[in-house]
Ligand binder design. Structure first.
Ligand SMILES: Nc1ncnc2c1ncn2[C@@H]1O[C@H](COP(=O)(O)OP(=O)(O)O)[C@@H](O)[C@H]1O
Ligand SMILES: [Mg+2]
Length: 235
């Protein structure tokens, strides 16, 4: 077919009789970060939730490495190497940081092997392994959510507004992590964002989602105009 890890063709999705996504097509190549930008309510989370299998599409096709995953269950999508960092905090606050991380892997041996990846990327998480997740700061909880995805050693990550509510220094840290995940670990990323500066600082390509349809797309380079794109994100 092509060199895409993930190919989406003419995807239509929504809830019951409510149509949210219309004729969505996109490709993600190995080792690239594609950002999907759009205001609240445009369908960004619905797209990730449909691709991950939490929402059943009305029609269309989703291929992961040339395998049809259109109607796959979320746990099988995860087993196929896709990690989903959802917009809402899905940590278990009463479990330790370590136990939350262990949910990302299937065996103790794998966990011990992979924890070193997290140690180089998010050392503060490893320092807090025995602490209850609920006692971490908001920024640290976001780091833990990202770490839980990374510990699964995914080939592809779906990341839903990870910069939301983070201090600027923490947003910079996240940008660094995403670039390392791409460049050092070869992970592809579908990055849903409203924070334009953050998204453009890491992404190779962008697509703008408006009312469930892509209205503009392009490569992120020196000519990409943040000013022009920000018009699509203004309230
Ligand atoms: N579980 C749901 N049931 C019904 N409608 C939903 C549900 N989740 C989201 N929606 C609707 O789908 C549209 C897109 O929402 P969403 O995908 O969350 O947008 P975004 O992530 O871009 O803010 C909105 O109109 C929202 O109200
Ligand atoms: Mg959302």
């Amino acid at each position: 077919m092509n060199d895409a890890i993930l190919s989406v063709r003419d995807l239509n999705s929504g809830y019951g009789s409510a149509s949210v996504l219309r004729n969505i097509s996109l490709d993600i190549k190995k080792g690239e970060i594609l950002t999907i930008l759009g205001k609240n309510g445009m369908g960004k989370s619905t797209l990730l939730n449909t691709l991950m299998g939490f929402v059943s599409p009305f029609s269309g096709k989703v291929m992961l490495n040339d395998k049809d995953v259109t109607d796959i269950k979320p746990h099988l999508m995860a087993r196929s190497g896709v990690a989903h960092t959802p917009q809402e905090n899905t940590l278990f606050p009463d479990l330790t940081v370590e136990d939350n991380l262990r949910l990302g892997v299937t065996s103790d041996r794998l966990f011990q092997q992979r924890i070193s990846t997290i140690e180089t990327i998010f050392p503060r998480i490893i320092e807090r392994l025995k602490q209850r997740a609920g006692t971490l700061s908001g920024g640290e909880q976001k780091m833990l959510l990202m770490s839980r995805g990374l510990v699964a050693q995914p080939q592809l990550m779906f990341i839903d507004e990870v910069s939301e509510g983070l201090q600027p220094a923490m947003v910079d840290r996240m940008a660094e992590v995403l670039i390392r995940a791409r460049d050092e670990l070869g992970i592809s990323v579908l990055l849903v964002e409203q924070n334009l500066d953050f998204a453009l600082s890491v992404a190779n390509r962008f697509m703008i989602l408006k009312l469930g349809e892509f209205i503009e797309q392009g490569v992120v380079d020196d000519r990409t105009s943040a000013e022009h794109l920000s018009a699509h994100l203004a309230i």
